[in-house]
Structures are given as C-alpha cells and as structure tokens.
Write a protein that binds this ligand. Structure first.
Ligand SMILES: [Zn+2]
Length: 119
C-alpha cells in the first residue's frame, strides 16, 4: 500500500512526465540504479534527482496536503527551496532555478538525455 504522500508524489510525477517542476530535469521514483544507468550517472549523482513531493505553499505557511498544492520536484530543488531564508513563490523559484541551470550553476551533473530532441 502506498501512503497518501507516496500516491501524490507518484501522481505529480506522472502528470509532469517525470520532469522536475523547477529544473525540468528527469527524476526517478523508485529505481535509482536504473535511472543512473540510463542517464550515465553514478548512484550518488542520481540521488539528487529522486522525485519528492514539494508543497507549493509549505505546510508551515498554511499550505494544504491536497494534491493541488503538490508538485513533483527533484530532491535537490526541494531541499534548496526549503533552505531559503525567506519563502519564494513557486513561480519565482522556478525562474531562479531555470536561470541558474542555463549557466550551469544548479546541478553539479546533469542526467544525459537519451531521447533529447534537437531544436
Ligand atoms: Zn529539480
């Protein structure tokens, strides 16, 4: 049996096509080893891309546990948002993360994209 938060994590993961809400990188739900293999990462590197349930409005700020307050985010983004000294709105944090990603200053290693579309 999956508990409520595992179910929400899974639902959010699938509705976002397995991509992190903030950094748009692929994540894994259950199989770290398989993810590491597919994306050419070590297990340690793959661990930061574990899918977590991110509460858009944190519980501490009155956010609910309902699915509409949950997004799937990689462990790295979730952890970093949680460590901010002040709460940043999800949209603003997403823009911040995307900017950092663009200049290669967010994830130390990026998962290789086997099916990357070349545009
Ligand atoms: Zn992320």
């Amino acid at each position: 049996m999956m508990n409520r938060s595992a179910k929400q994590r899974s639902a959010a993961f699938h509705s976002q096509n397995g991509l992190c809400y903030y950094c748009d990188q692929p994540m894994w739900l259950r199989d770290c080893a398989a993810f590491a293999r597919v994306h050419g990462l070590s297990r340690k590197q793959a661990r930061q891309f574990e899918c977590t349930a991110e509460h858009l409005l944190p519980r501490s700020a009155g956010g609910t546990l309902r699915l509409d307050n949950v997004a799937a985010a990689c462990r790295c983004c979730n952890w970093r948002r949680g460590r901010l000294p002040v709460l940043i709105a999800p949209e603003a944090f997403r823009r911040h993360v995307q900017e950092r990603c663009k200049v290669g200053k967010w994830h130390s290693t990026l998962p290789a994209r086997p099916h990357k579309d070349h545009r």
